[in-house]
Design a protein. Sequence first.
Lengths: 186, 129
Amino acid sequence: MSLIAEVKKSNQTEKRIYYIFLLAFGIILNVLESFIPKPFPWFRIGLSKIALLLVVYSFNWKKILLFPFLRVTISFIITGLILTPIYLWSLIGSLISAIVMKIFITFFRNFFSMYGISIAGAMVNNFTQWFFIINIFNFHYGFILPYLLIQALVGGLITAYFALAIDKGYKRNIRKKLTKENKELK
Amino acid sequence: MQRLKLGDIILLIFILIAAGIFFVLKIENKNNLTKQDKKIVIKYLDNELITEFSKNKKEIKVKGKRGYSIIEIGSNWVRMKESACPSKFCVKRGKIFKSGESIICLPNQVLITIKEEKNIKKRVDSICH
């Protein structure tokens, strides 16, 4: 059974475990990605979107809206960039992309596969950050938009591929393990 | 690997077209600082003179405490060409470009600064990542 179906079927405690597992997964991916040298600060894949995709597919609105806050805040504390402008626009982009992806899933589920939803989320994320940077911080980065859109396309395809691979390849059953451990404790 | 659905392909084509369009259009900031927004303020003795940048080079002759000093103005720069002061620090300062930069000549009591108009938002000098 795939990961998303597994999460949807599980009860409250197991859902919490899955949520925290995905949160830690996203943070680790983000921190590992920050080790990779990049030619420009915005030129990256956005690997932590894998965790966001899986969360958006399998949880309810409240947990989806909470996820970007926790993920961005903790990973920025670890990388030491918290309370910089980068933190602000990363948070806003992540939040809006999560909302858009959830809307796409609820209304156009039959029309888009995971690839389309991932690309849409990445595009909205990049566009929001670009808009934010230009209009509020007043930087001269207007020319960057086409490159950002192409980066969203490539990054979205890669993240969707990995998310699908994780979703398919997930075979461990947490419920069995929990009951086993409980029996052992008793 | 899951197959791409119809919506995905439409989205892909849409993004490529949008990227192409934006690549051709080249969006600029609305409140981009143009040359006309910057002004040169020259103070000498107790007088003040406000001028703008000009595409053709122009020279302004100003009388200071010790004698005349000649200021040269280009398309986006200003410099002190000649000065009557002994040390010539103001001439060695060279050209200035950005708003907030200034050339000061103490012996001759001449001051040149580049200023932006107040209704424009302040711009960040530089960022590091």
